[in-house]
Design a protein around this ligand. Structure first.
Ligand SMILES: [Zn+2]
Length: 257
């Protein structure tokens, strides 16, 4: 699972990412004990009781355990009280970094049942990657010690749908003179990569777009790439289901290493 495959398919800012049949369906990081209790940290913020940052696998387990609680309507809403606020006021050590869509229905702290100081969250419509987004993610890993980065798309994403519509020539006239076209340009390669005849084109593009974001984080940052290849960092792509609340591997490529 270490080889980062690069082949024909998506192309954005010079990055070529495998798309389609050759994709790795590699949900190892999602071998999620979704209903196991989360490893509750007694140490500052996201660190383990021993004071060390959790491994990528430990972070993934904790994240998916939180999603399992949320899905099962057993959320504990941890780390949200005044004591926690005081603790993390002195410094943050989030255990995971989430690149999520700005969609109001996809709030990472809620859907992963986490609290203050647990997640470093970067949100932008369509969960795309540009330099500012990538810099934010780099900061969370290099300076704050996060060892897991998740690019999280979601069902019925309006940004992906709007991009598909625009590519079909049905763009909204209200978007004229806005920056929405620039955003859509970042999503367009994922929409174009959906194989012809796919029943749910938008949903397929959601997964490909998340995978593309994960791949761009890997390819666009030498320090993060080095950490991935050394086994110190995991970058994964996932899809959030608006209906049942589940986070699952993005179809196609879900796990970069
Ligand atoms: Zn969205």
């Amino acid at each position: 699972m270490r080889n980062f495959q690069m082949a024909g398919g998506l192309s954005r800012r010079g990055l070529i990412v495998t798309a389609g049949a050759g994709l790795v369906a590699a949900p190892s990081a999602f071998a999620a004990q979704a209903h196991k209790p989360a490893a509750r940290a007694a140490a500052p913020a996201g660190h383990t009781a021993a004071g060390a940052p959790p491994s990528p696998e430990q972070a993934m387990t904790r994240l998916m355990a939180g999603n399992g609680r949320y899905v099962a309507a057993k959320a504990t809403h941890p780390n949200g009280d005044a004591a926690r606020r005081r603790l993390v006021a002195a410094g943050q050590t989030p255990f995971a970094t989430i690149l999520a869509c700005a969609d109001s229905r996809v709030a990472p702290e809620l859907i992963f049942d986490q609290g203050l100081g647990d997640l470093f969250v970067v949100r932008v419509a369509g969960n795309v990657v540009d330099d500012a987004i990538l810099a934010s993610i780099e900061y969370s890993v290099i300076h704050l010690g996060s060892n897991l980065v998740m690019a999280l798309g979601h069902e019925r994403c309006g940004a992906v749908k709007a991009t598909a519509d625009a590519l079909d020539g049905h763009g909204s006239p209200e978007d004229a003179d806005t920056k929405i076209g620039a955003l859509a340009a970042l999503i367009a390669p994922a929409v174009r990569a959906v194989p012809a005849g796919t029943v749910d084109r938008v949903d397929a593009a959601v997964s490909l777009n998340a995978a593309q974001a994960a791949a761009e984080i890997f390819a666009g940052s030498r320090p993060l790439r080095a950490r991935v290849l050394a086994g110190q960092l995991k970058i994964v792509a996932a899809r959030y289901d608006l209906d049942d609340g589940k986070v699952s591997p993005a179809k196609g490529r879900s796990d970069i290493v």
